[in-house]
Ligand binder design. Structure first.
Ligand SMILES: C[S@@+](CC[C@H](N)C(=O)[O-])C[C@H]1O[C@@H](n2cnc3c(N)ncnc32)[C@H](O)[C@@H]1O
Length: 312
């Protein structure tokens, strides 16, 4: 895998940036394997790991439209730079009033560049839509958010995507995971990072047991190799679906720390899991000793022991 991790311009809860090296080590991809990602989110996983062919999808139309417009050139790094300088200056003078103004404008016009502004200046970089499909995350209370260094960082993130999108055959679709998985061919590789069960906080991002069972069924029936990111356990709870739904798959674990709030002391461990329908052999296979050899070894050591006891 490329050593530098490219962080995308969109932020999202549950972003997998820190887990990318681990995911990359364990995927099974060839140069011409098509990468299928039904739960794209920020795109950080696929944009760093996919090869030249990919289908990126999500039920959230705003992230998909943002990336589609970068791909078509409708949104580009110089446009974003001008826009963030202009809007950022107004934000520094008017604060919350301007944030609310852009949020209202976005909710009426759905312009993806407004979505970027909101995503980078809202509370905790969250993405949340109510049932009337309105973005409803409050202001992050940082009027100086779009300082020069921050704008440069975002502009460079967009430049990287412009470059990557021009080199690769990467397709973006706003659709449900069912529709995406119905497009899969046996030699594709599927990476899934669905929402966690029971967190019904967002219109586009809710998940329940029926979804989990459907996802399992579609992945198994696809006959393609797949990897699912999920959680295994934390200090209070275990992910019961690993035993009840995913028990016919392989599992890899890794400890990961996440922060609650801003305090460094609020660092909580979480055991992450990668579920696959294949076993990746990273090391050369160790030839297993035939069982009868173990028996012979036992006989030899017994004879040796008896001889020592009898002084022979
Ligand atoms: C945990 S996030 C993925 C995070 C991503 N791996 C990253 O690192 O940025 C889950 C994503 O699934 C999408 N999603 C939720 N329900 C969906 C569904 N039924 N079909 C397709 N996408 C869905 C959400 O919009 C969200 O972007």
């Amino acid at each position: 895998m490329k050593t530098k991790i490219h962080v995308p311009p969109i932020k999202i809860q549950g972003i997998k940036t820190k887990l990318i090296p681990w995911i990359a080590e364990n995927v099974e991809l060839h140069e011409d394997t098509r990468w299928i990602e039904p739960f794209l989110g920020s795109g950080v996983v696929g944009f760093n790991i996919a090869k030249k062919n990919a289908l990126f999808a999500d039920s959230n139309p705003h992230t998909i439209s943002f990336y589609q417009k970068i791909k078509s050139g409708e949104i580009n790094s110089s446009l974003v730079k001008q826009f963030l300088y202009r809007e950022g200056e107004i934000l520094s003078k008017k604060g919350q009033e301007h944030y609310n103004f852009v949020r209202e404008r976005f909710n009426n016009e759905q312009n993806p560049i407004d979505f970027l502004f909101l995503n980078r200046s809202c509370f905790n970089g969250m993405i949340r839509f109510n049932r009337n499909l309105k973005f409803n995350v409050p202001y992050g209370h940082k009027p100086e958010r779009f300082a020069q260094a921050y704008i440069t960082k975002i502009v460079n993130q967009i430049k990287y995507l412009e470059h990557a999108f021009s080199l690769n055959n990467w397709e973006f679709k706003c659709q449900s995971f069912e529709d995406t998985l119905n497009e899969v061919k046996e030699d594709d590789f599927i990476y899934c990072d669905p929402p966690y069960i029971g967190r019904h906080v967002d219109y586009y991002d809710s998940w329940d047991e029926t979804n989990e069972l459907k996802l399992h069924e579609l992945l198994i029936n696809s006959r393609a190799k797949f990897m699912l990111s999920t959680w295994d356990n934390n200090e209070y709870r275990e992910n019961e679906y690993l035993k009840s739904v995913w028990n016919d798959c392989f599992k890899l674990n890794k400890e990961h720390f996440y922060h609650i709030g801003a305090k460094e002391t609020n660092r909580k461990p979480m055991i992450e899991a990668l579920i696959t329908n294949y076993k990746k052999s990273t090391k050369p296979e160790v030839e297993e000793m035939p069982e009868k050899n173990y028996v012979q070894m036992d006989l030899f050591s017994m004879i040796e022991k008896i001889s020592t006891q009898h002084g022979t």
